[in-house]
Write a protein that binds this ligand. Structure first.
Ligand SMILES: C[S@@+](CC[C@H](N)C(=O)[O-])C[C@H]1O[C@@H](n2cnc3c(N)ncnc32)[C@H](O)[C@@H]1O
Length: 192
């Protein structure tokens, strides 16, 4: 997962058919036990990113958010109060099968090719999820934010430092980053 995380973030052709098949097979298999990860305290970096991170970002109307690699919707209940419309996108059907039908709209899809219009998303949430920089650049509104969360900080298999997220994204970005509980988070927006 660490190698794939870096490949998709930093190599234009890093998301190969072979890696995709490997990732889908892995998470389909993990889907039934993913709920066991929903333990008290795991939500701390998500909640802190939404509270302090969004407050630090330039003011903007952010109606539509996508939880990329949402898995079984483990974070939906924390995200939904902040956005009028929330979509949970995941490539693993088995993960989504275990997600609640509310509050997020469930969409099976590949985050490297999101089924949304250019510039239409106010917030992209990536909690322990792969960063596809050119697709983030395409779908994010000009005043949109990227919310990056690693539930176990550097111990998270799908991990990047906040500065690496900035470096991977096309153009110039700024933001804030912090630690909460045993996790880390950062919120990124385009430099104006
Ligand atoms: C480590 S899990 C994180 C799940 C959840 N966000 C959490 O924090 O518990 C990564 C999730 O990303 C999904 N995923 C992997 N590659 C993806 C892609 N290209 N597009 C959409 N989802 C993807 C996996 O199926 C899996 O559910």
């Amino acid at each position: 997962m660490r190698a794939i995380t870096r490949a998709v973030a930093f190599e234009p052709d890093g998301w190969t058919a072979e890696r995709k098949a490997e990732v889908v097979a892995l998470f389909d298999e993990l889907a039934d036990e993913w709920a066991t990860r929903d333990i008290a305290g795991r939500e701390a970096p998500v909640i802190d990113a939404l509270d302090r991170g969004l407050a630090a970002a330039p003011v903007a109307e952010r109606r539509f958010a996508i939880d990329i690699g949402a898995g079984n919707g483990i974070h939906s209940r924390f995200l939904a109060p902040h956005f009028a419309v929330l979509a949970s996108v995941d490539i693993s059907f088995e993960m989504l099968r275990n997600a609640p039908s509310e509050p997020a709209h469930l969409v099976q899809g590949d985050a490297s090719r999101l089924p949304v219009a250019d510039g239409s998303v106010g917030a992209l949430v990536l909690a322990n999820a792969f960063l596809f920089p050119t697709e983030v650049e395409r779908v994010l509104a000009p005043d949109g934010v990227v919310i990056w969360v690693n539930s176990r900080g550097p111990g998270t298999p799908i991990h990047l430092l906040a500065a690496e997220v900035d470096d991977a994204l096309p153009g110039d970005w700024e933001g804030v980053a912090s630690v909460a509980g045993w996790g880390t988070w950062s919120v990124h927006w385009r430099t104006r």
